[in-house]
Write a protein that binds this ligand. Structure first.
Ligand SMILES: Nc1nc2c(c(=O)[nH]1)N[C@H]1C(S)=C(S)[C@@H](COP(=O)(O)O)O[C@H]1N2
Ligand SMILES: [Mo]
Length: 501
């Protein structure tokens, strides 16, 4: 042996692992996309992460948290694979064991996903076979004793061979990704008209920097535990209603579309939203009233929760009494006049006005089971979040931005306030701890929808604090008591500091 070959040996390990991951992703695309090796390990990490760490990650990385997680898992895998390559060059069997351990981890992660089947082992198996074959071949080529005579310098042969393997792996992975993305079936859906339509949505306030009255779907926040968005073909999809009911049944997509639909303006909020945060969105939802679906099955007398299950096995529990108290809870199939995008739950999701998403907004819905809190728990309630999650009253200052540097003179303070299922009666603004002043309100689209507000402000120079709070239709003034999101949503008053030159 000549010069130290550590970087070279590590590269061999990394190439072998990458080859495996690429093929694994392709096989996953053909079987179950979420069983792809890196994704299934990532999902297992998400499920195992303690709630405070999760909150920290969401607060620190925002919506990039998923990309950062996938990146970290991939990086960790490649570092270990590099180590495996170094060992394999000296003791092949031990180096191979490192790769096998990684693959076993991916297989175990895929198998422990909620709705896993044995078939979900296929991507990990393919990954293992490919990675080991590549490792074996590249290590063997590297050894001068094995190199065929006249084959040229072994190192160059390994590099070109390894390069070819790498390119093939990346192509396989990209092909898998293309298959996953191409299999959406949104295009062919014709939405039914609601038999109970809402009045047209009034024009909202058009103030620079204020949240639009209706959130454009591409800007609607997304929160879920999924690293890969489930891909559902409506021809294979059905909704089952079972549990404590007189007549359990299953309906197909076409049957669902034949039922009477309502359309409603509803503002959704995530329990993880910090005061002033962006996990809130307002739009128009089209769907079948939840009570119509449940009453067709005949609600039993024991149930106190609706346990809903998504196509990937994820669960959400909704208090039965709240969901059936006359509010517009629905199995929604469209937002803002378009079929649900895949990210927002295609083909159908639950929407429960007034409840945080984690207790009322199951995406990729496929089952509604009437049961009891005593016998069943859902994903987030198992992790310590409250079983009952009414959305807390909140007000956000959209403009000016916190820490903005402004010119003195006529400014406008503006934002949105929400008090779902209670209604926004007023918004009050306070500057530098002075008197609470009533803001002007934008149009009213019902108790389940947020309201825009604004207050003109003659700003003198200096540093100013601005606060805003909501008063509900039933006369409650938004609390100033601060709480973080865990375990039932944040509270407190949004305040910002601005500097006027
Ligand atoms: N299947 C599934 N449904 C889910 C979730 C999830 O992780 N999986 N997250 C819930 C949470 S916490 C929220 S706030 C809403 C967010 O819906 P959106 O991403 O369409 O805004 O979906 C809910 N429904
Ligand atoms: Mo949420």
């Amino acid at each position: 042996m000549t010069a130290p070959q550590l970087p070279h040996d590590a590269t061999v390990g990394v190439i072998a692992a990458t080859a495996g991951i690429g093929i694994g992703h392709l096989v996953a695309a053909l079987t179950n996309p979420s069983a792809s090796p890196v994704l299934s390990i990532g999902s297992a990490v998400i499920d195992a992460t303690p709630t405070p760490v999760k909150e920290w990650a969401v607060a620190t990385f925002g919506t990039s948290d998923k990309i950062i997680l996938i990146g970290s898992v991939a990086l960790g895998t490649l570092v270990l694979a590099g180590l495996g390559g170094v060992i394999a060059a000296r003791r092949f069997s031990i180096g191979a064991l490192v790769l096998i351990a990684l693959v076993a981890l991916a297989g175990a992660a895929a198998l422990t996903r909620p709705a896993a089947t044995v078939a979900d082992l296929l991507p990990a198996l393919a990954t293992g076979v490919m990675a080991l074959a590549a490792l074996w071949w590249l290590v063997r080529e590297r050894d001068p004793a094995n190199a065929e005579s006249g084959g040229g310098p072994t190192r160059r042969r390994v590099l070109t061979g390894g390069g070819a393997v790498l390119v093939a792996a990346v192509l396989a992975g990209a092909a898998g990704e293309a298959i996953i993305r191409g299999s959406r079936r949104l295009g062919d859906i014709v939405l039914p008209r609601p038999s109970d339509p809402p009045p047209p949505l009034a024009d909202g306030l058009d103030i620079e920097g204020i949240s639009p009255f209706r959130t454009p779907t591409e800007d609607f926040y997304r929160v879920d535990v999924n690293l890969s968005v489930p891909v559902v073909d409506v021809d294979d999809w059905a909704l089952t209603i079972d549990g404590d009911v007189a007549r359990p049944y299953t309906i197909t997509w076409d049957e669902l579309l034949e039922m009477d639909m309502i359309e409603r303006d509803i503002t959704m909020t995530c329990v993880s939203n910090e005061v002033g945060g962006g996990y809130v969105g307002a739009t128009r939802w089209l769907g079948v009233p939840l009570t119509d679906l449940l009453e067709r099955a005949g609600i039993g007398s024991r149930a106190d929760q609706i346990l809903s299950t998504a196509v990937d096995g994820f669960t959400i529990s909704t208090p039965l009494a709240i969901a059936t108290d006359g509010r517009d809870a629905m199995v929604a199939i469209a937002m803002d006049g378009e079929p649900l995008p895949r990210e927002h739950g295609f083909p159908a999701r639950l929407i429960t006005p007034g409840l945080y998403g984690y207790v009322g907004a199951t995406k990729w819905l496929e089952r509604l089971t009437l049961t009891t809190y005593a016998s069943d728990r859902a994903y987030w309630t198992e992790r310590g979040w409250d079983i009952d999650g009414p959305i807390k009253v909140s007000t956000r200052i959209d403009t000016p931005r916190g820490l903005a540097e402004l010119d003195p003179g006529d400014l406008v303070i503006a934002g949105v306030a929400w008090a779902q299922h209670r209604g926004v009666e007023g918004v009050q603004v306070r500057i530098d701890g002075g008197e609470w002043t009533d803001a002007e309100l934008g149009p009213d689209a019902g108790v389940d929808y947020w309201r825009q507000w604004y207050l003109p402000w003659k700003a003198g120079s200096g540093r100013h604090t601005v606060q805003a709070r909501c008063v509900t239709d039933d006369g409650e003034v938004q609390t100033a008591e601060r709480a973080g999101p865990f375990p039932n949503g944040s509270s407190g008053i949004h305040d910002i500091v601005v500097r006027v030159a």
